[in-house]
Write a protein that binds this ligand. Structure first.
Ligand code: SF4
Length: 246
């Protein structure tokens, strides 16, 4: 069965266009990516600082992870967690979510952006999981990516977190960090994802997604990277490092 999905707006590169983040594509100002030894040292330090990284999203099983990631588009993980705690207490599987119904799902997630569309998607994907996958979340990327509200990034997160696949879903944080250091510079999230998946050393592949996203979210922030408390300032080649907190 072929399903048509609308292309999502490019919210990751939008901050560049809006002038909030410096463009990453000008080769004259973008340093060469770090070499293999430096790359390994970067991940060794990120690993030492956070040996068992976890998603900030709260979930109970692969299904609730899938729903939480779908809800997190253009929303903070905190806002999603606040909405999903009572929602997942009532429905932690596709059948229970269908029984709950779209109107009740919409009420639970009304504090999250795009809640009308997301409520429709949660109900629609739950129905497909029941009708086509025995009520389970499929482990195949091609089956995940055609679910309503699920794209390449969401599929990568589910494959990585729920099934232990060494995928690296590139969100706005990973896109920024990868271009700043730079690890795998690229003008699109697809290019950055392909670059990272090609170069991240094997021992770090499973958790690379979490280390980079958490590093970008809490340290290498968009407007003002907190370089003074970064574990890799001597390895990073970003020319506009922030000298101190003042
Ligand atoms: S040194 Fe600064 S720019 Fe480089 S990774 Fe650390 S926080 Fe980001």
């Amino acid at each position: 069965m072929t399903r048509r999905k609308q292309a999502a707006p490019d919210k990751i590169t939008a901050p560049v266009k809006a002038g909030l983040v410096k463009p990453m594509t000008a080769r004259a100002t973008t340093p060469e990516p770090v070499d293999a030894a430096t790359l390994a040292e970067i991940f060794a330090r990120l690993s030492a600082a956070n040996p068992e990284p976890r998603s900030d999203l709260e979930y109970l099983n692969p299904y609730t992870l899938l729903v939480a990631v779908v809800l997190s588009a253009q929303a903070t993980d905190r806002s999603v967690n606040l909405a999903t705690a009572p929602l997942f207490a009532r429905a932690d599987n596709p059948a229970a979510m269908l029984a709950l119904g779209e109107e009740t799902v919409r009420h639970h997630i009304r504090t999250i952006g795009l809640f009308n569309t997301k409520a429709k998607n949660v109900i629609a994907l739950s129905r497909i999981l029941i009708e086509e996958h025995g009520g389970e979340v499929p482990r195949a990327r091609e089956h995940l990516e055609v679910l309503p509200g699920v794209g390449k990034k969401t599929a990568s997160v589910v494959l990585n977190v729920a099934f232990g696949e060494p995928t690296i879903a590139v969100d706005t944080h990973i896109f920024r960090v990868s271009n700043r250091i730079p690890l795998a510079p690229g003008s699109t999230t697809d290019k950055v994802q392909a670059g990272l998946e090609a170069i991240v050393p094997e021992p770090y592949r499973l958790n690379a997604h979490h280390w980079l996203i958490l590093h970008g979210r809490y340290v290498c922030k968009a407007r003002k990277p907190e370089c003074w408390r970064c574990p890799i300032p001597d390895l990073c080649r970003y020319p506009d490092k922030t000298p101190g907190p003042a």
